[in-house]
Design a protein around this ligand. Sequence first.
Ligand code: NDP
Length: 274
Amino acid sequence: MTDRYAVFGNPIAHSKSPQIHAAFAAATAQDLRYEALLAPLDGFAGAVADFVAAGGRGANVTVPFKEEAFRLATRLSPRAARAGAVNTLVFSGAGILGDNTDGAGLVHDITRNLTVDLAGKRILLLGAGGAARGVIQPLLAEAPAALHIANRSADKAVALAQAFADLAAVSGGSFSDLAGLPFDVVINATSASLAGEPLPLPTGLFAPGCLAYDMMYGKGETPFLAQARLAGAARCADGLGMLAEQAAEAFLVWRGVRPATAGVLATLRAALAG
Ligand code: NDP
């Protein structure tokens, strides 16, 4: 029988996950079906229960349900427990396992696809929301020289840094604290681009050879990457690779095989350019 998987979100029609997982299934000869399911804003748990009752084996979870999925899970992977959010669910007789593949996806994209080694690098993470929180532990696992978090609401960045202080030296503060601090990798995990607002970044932020990475992606250059390029970032990358890699990581959790992403990434990139 064909195994069923789904992504839950609201809205969800825009999701590229069904296309990505269909490509992965074809490439790895796995017999599965993956669909996008709209969950009511007040009915996420019910929608998941219905899917499980209908034979669902696993699911991805996107905006705005990642925290609710965290609470719904009966068991958590260590990385999901740290992230405080779940983007991947596994349904079995043992209950609901909650995992989070966003951070692994980001790190895989940076270190493998972009071939940037994070060991010994000075990393700046912009933003202190759910996406930022989800990637901190996987970034620290790469043994950077430093990880600093900057956020519009500085108190949130400081609190987030403290939440991971047992793992490594992590610091947090406001954008104005960044003056005179160069970084080797600058990752935008804010949603400022959605509002079309530039970030208040000081000059000299991008060290020579710096990679600027925007978790956001879209048609053309994102506002953050345009800002970074003008400010001297040597390399720029958007979050399309992270999207494909977090999906590959979820596929691995469900099926025990990690699909190659280059083909699907090229297809997604071409669709955005078209
Ligand atoms: P949240 O709403 O949880 O957090 C938003 C963050 O952006 C906060 O730190 C907030 O600061 C900051 N922010 C919002 N507006 C501005 C602004 N005008 N100026 C400066 N900072 C601002 O969102 P998420 O963390 O869930 O998502 C963040 C981004 O990451 C989104 O663009 C999302 O699409 C992307 N993403 C991409 C993924 C991928 O696979 N490529 C996966 C997950 C997320 P404050 O605390 O002060 O409000």
